[in-house]
Design a protein around this ligand. Structure first.
Ligand code: ZN
Length: 495
């Protein structure tokens, strides 16, 4: 048995506003404040209510209990539950928890994102929004990672500023933001009033231009207005194989969690599924019959690594090692295009981090299901040796048996880490953030470090020639030398 929130509204005799009736919500006169209009919103999809005027909100049983008994509903409140069953004409002699659970639980309604070209259109407009122009600080950050100006332009990175003083000029958006703030907080979203207002300004503008925003992750509709859920930081587009923008990530400037997927899950009209998509960098070589594709974690990392690797090998990236929902179908498409191998290049802490190993194993299974070969690549083996030595010391100190040495430092490190992890004795070691030297953790970090080291070495070799000794030959050998570096890097990672 399911009692719908509409039934409760009718039992309580709340007056509906006819013109506010939508597919999954309508408004009623709020019984909790001296409401002369229709402030209380009833969300029929989620079975929740909220009044932005007096900030009263909750589930459908709360609505019933607050009106009839003046208290929120607490699980197992027989008095409230029996009265409700009585009012809707149900047999109320037996209080059954199962019955209660069925009533409390709302039928979950999934909201799927629209097609990729609709996503691309909406996100394209977000990227063209002038207040989100890339900041100089972020541009420098991208240059420091090894990207060139032209890559930065083409890839369309943007900045969502922490401070937006200009929004103060938009009184209407600020007013809407004030109304939205409480219902947003009630749903666990806490953006600043300026971020809400900027999101309203952007989203209202797009909706007014006829953009379809329903289910586009990040967009939501609250109190009759569209909004866009913003966090400050660097905005990084996620693209599908055709280069269409199908998702956005924010790299937060400070804090432990660095990358957030732009989402409005849990807000009205916000997509609930398939939000974190697999990324394919712009500038990838044509995938058809390419042989191998390199898989990393994080769209920005893939953008950078593809370039530092010389551009000949195609890349793909997950938004996080566990965001594998669309991977099966991506592998299938790759297989059909003639890609025969996936090369996993997750961050090197994978040799120690058991969660990453597990995720990698799952991806291997998905690849095999799609009949694509799967291998893993490792680098910074000197660092791996140091970590192995640390693990052996820890094992000896705690009296933990590790597998016999094989001579392959990666295999040995993985084995030792797993034994230590399984023992449960050195939890602190695994929960620490510093499992790996940041300068060689990601393939992008590692390639950049190598290139810088080579450049430094070359700089030392340069002796200013005087005009008499400068010959054609010498110029040629310099060219060869630097392209030799690229060749060496390519050879090292040749697949
Ligand atoms: Zn109210």
């Amino acid at each position: 048995m399911e009692i719908r929130i509409e039934q409760i509204v009718d039992i309580l005799g709340l007056e509906r506003e006819r013109r506010s009736q939508k597919a999954d919500s309508f408004n009623v006169r709020c019984p909790f404040c001296n409401d002369h209009k229709y402030h209380l919103n009833i969300n029929t999809a989620k079975g929740v209510f909220n009044c932005p005027r007096c900030s009263t909100g909750g589930g459908k049983l709360d609505l019933y209990s607050l009106v009839r008994f003046g208290r929120k509903y607490i699980k197992g409140d027989r008095e409230v539950f029996h009265r409700l069953l009585e009012e809707i004409g149900e047999d109320n002699r037996n209080f059954e928890y199962k019955k209660e659970r069925n009533v409390v639980e709302n039928k979950y309604e999934a909201i799927l994102p629209p097609s990729d070209n609709v996503l691309h259109e909406a996100y394209g407009a977000v990227l063209r929004f002038k207040p989100f122009a890339l900041s100089e600080e972020h541009r420098q950050n991208l240059l420091d990672r090894g990207l060139r100006e032209e890559d930065i332009e083409r890839n369309e990175y943007r900045t969502i500023p922490a401070e937006m003083p200009w929004i103060k000029g938009y009184k209407k958006a600020l007013k809407v933001a004030e109304i939205m703030r409480k219902p947003l907080q009630n749903r666990g979203f806490n953006p600043s009033i300026y971020h809400i207002a900027a999101g309203v300004l952007l989203a209202d503008h797009l909706a007014g231009q006829g953009y379809n925003l329903k289910g586009v992750p990040g967009f939501y509709k609250l109190c009759g207005h569209w909004g866009f859920n913003l966090s400050s930081g660097m905005l990084i587009p996620t693209r599908n194989m055709n280069g269409e923008v199908v998702g956005l990530q924010v790299r937060v400037d400070k804090g432990n969690v660095r990358y957030l997927t732009v989402s409005s899950k849990g807000l009205p009209e916000g997509a609930t599924e398939n939000i974190s998509r697999t990324h394919f960098p712009l500038g990838n070589p044509v995938l058809r019959n390419k042989g191998a594709i390199l898989l990393t974690e994080g769209p920005l990392k893939a953008d950078v690594a593809r370039l530092l690797m010389g551009g000949a090998s195609p890349f793909m990236a997950l938004q996080g090692v566990n965001n594998t929902r669309d991977l099966s179908s991506e592998f299938q498409s790759l297989k059909e295009m003639g890609v025969s191998q996936v090369v996993e290049m997750f961050d090197m802490d994978k040799v120690i981090n058991p969660n990453v190993s597990k995720a990698s194993k799952k991806i291997e299974d998905l690849a095999h299901e799609a009949e694509v070969d799967f291998t893993r690549r490792y680098w910074a083996l000197d660092e791996c040796e140091r970590r192995y030595a640390d693990l052996l010391k820890l094992a000896a100190f705690n009296g933990i048996q590790v597998p016999e040495e094989t001579g392959n430092v990666v295999v040995d490190t993985v084995g030792a880490a797993q034994a230590l992890y399984a023992s449960g004795k050195v939890k602190d070691y695994f929960s620490g953030k510093a499992l790996w030297d940041p300068s060689s953790k990601g393939i992008d970090d590692y390639l950049l470090k190598q290139m810088k080291a080579k450049e430094e070495q070359e700089a030392k070799l340069v002796v200013l020639p005087n005009k008499e000794t400068l010959t054609e030959n010498k110029e040629e050998s310099t060219v060869e030398h630097s392209s030799g570096l690229l060749q060496a890097v390519k050879r090292k990672f040749a697949f």
